[in-house]
Write a protein that binds this ligand. Structure first.
Ligand SMILES: *Cc1c(COP(=O)(O)O)cnc(C)c1O
Length: 428
């Protein structure tokens, strides 16, 4: 059986994974979803000896009829070549396990999706003799993961737009290091200017030949690799609850695909910061609605209107989502208090995003709504947020070798005005 994909807004035109990946967004504005979720029962994921073996087995169930097994295996081995440790907390946090997803080159979980997707896209474009330019507007982790993931892939260029002076120094360093076939522009404006310029560029007739493609979190190609680490945790612990620090809900969608494929994830906790649309929706709050984004300490989760919500609602519907997922919204002061409490009780230093997850689990456990064991996904390395970590724990996190090395590399960035004309001139 060949797995096909269709838009959340119409099932009239089923298409292949390759087409869904290269298009990104459906022409009707919908997001691509699979017609069916493959059952993983016969893949042997339970007996995989390491993460890469597990990843190969699971992804074959999804992609075997479009990507030859040897190509798929090579891509997985090349893209996901970093450790995925499961760290068990102690003391009053016993039974809670932190799955560290930040050991890739840009130190956030976005490396899983971006690196794998880049290689799949490279494979399909080569097959078709086509080329593409990935255009990304970024306010943080996505840009560096995409730039790193796509750099050096044959047939693909990257154009990165970020708001000058409005990302953290660490994030900026990660965005502007020189990478093959990546052009980075610091836009004299805010993130919304960058996003507006990218959208306008996609539609501009003068730029039609540029072959723009996107790599943001609505791309189905980023979601499939985000199933793998949930399965890796369950393989080690058996049936468990998984708590996901969430923004656009792409990470959570990966987990729901794994669960729908038969992996025993007992419950999800969707842990959000003050941007609480999804927890309100799950609680069937009558006022739940998309809202303007609120700035918080867990800035990679500052999303007022989660882009993957349309996908989740379309695949699962409200009742199923409410049965499978508990929501929780955590304020900044609780986030900082949790970073401090966990560090004092166990020595574990969490980034502010991971701390939102830990705080949500603590809060839901106190009211008896979450059973152990529970896995909290650690979405970024604490060293990416030294100021918050120091404020919470009194200590600056040690700088990991990948970040230290970055500071020594040459950089390349051009400042441009926040207009489409300035972008056109820069690209000409
Ligand atoms: C992107 C990001 C998130 C949110 O993930 P979604 O898939 O958008 O829900 C959480 N934490 C970190 C560190 C991130 O970079």
């Amino acid at each position: 059986m060949r797995l096909s994909y269709h838009s959340t807004r119409s099932d009239a035109e089923p298409l292949s994974f390759a087409d869904a990946l290269i298009r990104g967004l459906a022409p009707d504005g919908g997001l691509y979803i699979p017609d069916a979720v493959p059952n993983l029962g016969a893949t042997g994921w339970e007996t995989a000896s390491d993460f890469t073996t597990l990843a190969k087995r699971v992804l074959r169930a999804w992609l075997a009829d479009e990507v030859p097994a040897n190509v798929l295996d090579e891509i997985v081995a090349d893209a996901l070549d970093f450790p995925v440790p499961l760290v068990s907390l102690s003391g009053e946090w016993e039974g809670i396990h932190v799955l560290e997803l930040f050991h890739g080159p840009t130190l956030s979980f976005k490396d899983f999706g971006a690196r794998t997707m880049a290689r799949w896209m490279g494979h399909f474009l080569r097959q078709r003799g086509e080329e593409r330019t990935i255009l990304v507007a970024t306010s943080g982790d996505t840009g560096s993961a995409v730039a790193d993931g796509f750099a050096g892939i044959d047939g693909i260029d990257v154009v990165l737009l970020y708001p000058k002076g409005r990302v953290s120094p660490t994030q900026e360093q990660q965005l502007i290091v020189e990478r093959p076939s990546v052009r980075t522009y610091a836009v004299d404006g805010v993130f919304d200017d960058c996003q507006r310029m990218a959208k306008a560029a996609f539609l501009d007739p003068d730029l039609a030949d540029a072959g723009f493609s996107s790599a943001n979190s609505i791309n189905i190609g980023r979601l499939l690799p985000q199933m793998l680490y949930y399965i890796w945790a369950i393989k080690q612990l058996g049936p468990a609850t998984v708590c996901v620090p969430s923004g656009n809900l792409g990470n959570l969608t990966g987990g729901l695909f794994a669960q729908a494929g038969g992996v025993p994830i007992l419950r999800f906790v969707a842990a959000h910061n003050a941007n609480d649309f999804f927890p309100s929706y799950l609680a069937a709050h009558p006022d739940a609605a998309f809202a303007p984004t609120v700035a918080t300490l867990s800035n990679a989760m500052d999303v007022g209107a989660p882009s993957n919500f349309e996908r989740l609602a379309s695949i699962f519907g409200a009742d199923q989502l409410r049965e499978r997922i508990l929501g929780c919204s955590v304020a900044d002061d609780e986030t900082v208090a949790t970073m401090r409490a966990v560090a004092e009780a166990t020595g574990y230093v969490a980034c502010p995003h991971t701390a939102v997850g830990l705080a949500a689990v603590k809060c839901l456990r106190e009211v008896g709504r979450v059973a152990l064991p529970t896995v909290v996904l650690a979405t970024a390395h604490p060293a990416k947020f030294p100021a918050v970590v120091e404020r919470a724990t009194g200590r600056r996190p040690p700088v990991p070798p990948a970040l230290a090395e970055l500071a020594t590399r040459p950089t390349r960035v051009t400042t441009i005005a926040p207009t489409l004309d300035a972008l056109k001139a820069a690209l000409a």
